[in-house]
Design a binder for this molecule. Structure first.
Ligand SMILES: O=C(O)CCC(=O)CC(=O)O
Length: 261
């Protein structure tokens, strides 16, 4: 897996699928890594798929926190330019979906469609994020792990088959990287800019997602005229791990509908 050297940062990056396949960029959620997309990538063998670990996450460099949403958007933009991608569909999960919204506003040449998965134009409150950042800085990610699993997986999180792996991934994240990206979420409100977007968009929500509940996802989707909306039953915040077939089917249907196949 190559480390791509941007002028000031190395990002752990992976490119799958046939050269010349319709391009996709996948952006993961807070406290995870590019590997969360493995089930989706395996189900889309004809696409050229770029994914990477966000700064502070996985095997990418970890600059000191806080990070800005602008820097996360710029990282994605520079990677796409490095691989000369154009006219991509960007699929972003949670913070990844915020980055996708910002990238689409900035670079319409790069983005021809959006999948906004379990995300919103604004997630939580700045005060709530800063409280959580302070707790993680003091006590580590273990201090927020149970509450995060409950928001991600719903009331019955302890029994979810996806839980042990998701919890291990969260705890493998460095607190500094988590805090850096959490600060970027705290500082982001894309309601006005996302409302200017005119492009094909699919919003995906998980029925028992407590981090970005379906109504919140729908509210963001409704900013984009002509959007499609898909609710994944039996899933929460990380539907590609909980319901991989349903998730891939929703995305395949969208890609087919816009001729990105
Ligand atoms: O940890 C949470 O419940 C919130 C996570 C979130 O909304 C951002 C993300 O998953 O990228």
């Amino acid at each position: 897996m190559p480390l791509i050297y941007l002028p000031d940062l190395r990002l752990n990056t992976r490119l799958d699928g046939p050269e010349g396949g319709p391009p996709l960029i996948l952006i993961h959620a807070l406290g995870l890594s590019h590997e969360i997309w493995d089930p989706l990538v395996a189900r889309l063998p004809g696409h050229r798929i770029l994914r990477f670990d966000l700064r502070g996450h996985g095997a990418s460099d970890r600059p000191p926190a806080p990070y800005t949403m602008g820097s996360l958007i710029r990282d994605t933009e520079r990677l796409a330019d490095h691989f000369a991608l154009k006219e991509t569909v960007v699929i972003g999960l949670s913070i990844g979906g915020m980055i996708a919204q910002g990238l689409a506003v900035k670079r319409l040449d790069l983005v021809r469609g959006l999948v906004l998965s379990n995300t919103a134009a604004r997630i939580g409150t700045a005060a709530g994020w800063h409280d959580r950042i302070a707790l993680v800085r003091e006590q580590g990610l273990e201090a927020v792990a149970d509450a995060t699993m409950e928001r991600w997986l719903g009331r019955n999180w302890r029994a979810s088959p996806a839980m042990p792996d998701l919890r291990a991934r969260l705890l493998a994240t460095h607190p500094e990287g988590w805090a850096g990206c959490a600060a970027a979420i705290a500082g982001t409100d894309f309601y006005e800019t996302t409302a200017t977007l005119r492009l094909p968009a699919l919003a995906i929500a998980g029925a028992h997602d407590g981090s970005t509940p379906p109504d919140l996802v729908r509210e963001t989707a409704e900013l984009i005229p002509g959007h499609r909306f898909r609710l994944i039953r039996g899933a929460g915040h990380i539907p590609m791990a909980e319901r991989p077939d349903d998730y891939a089917e929703a995305i395949r249907e969208f890609l087919t509908g816009i001729g990105h196949v």
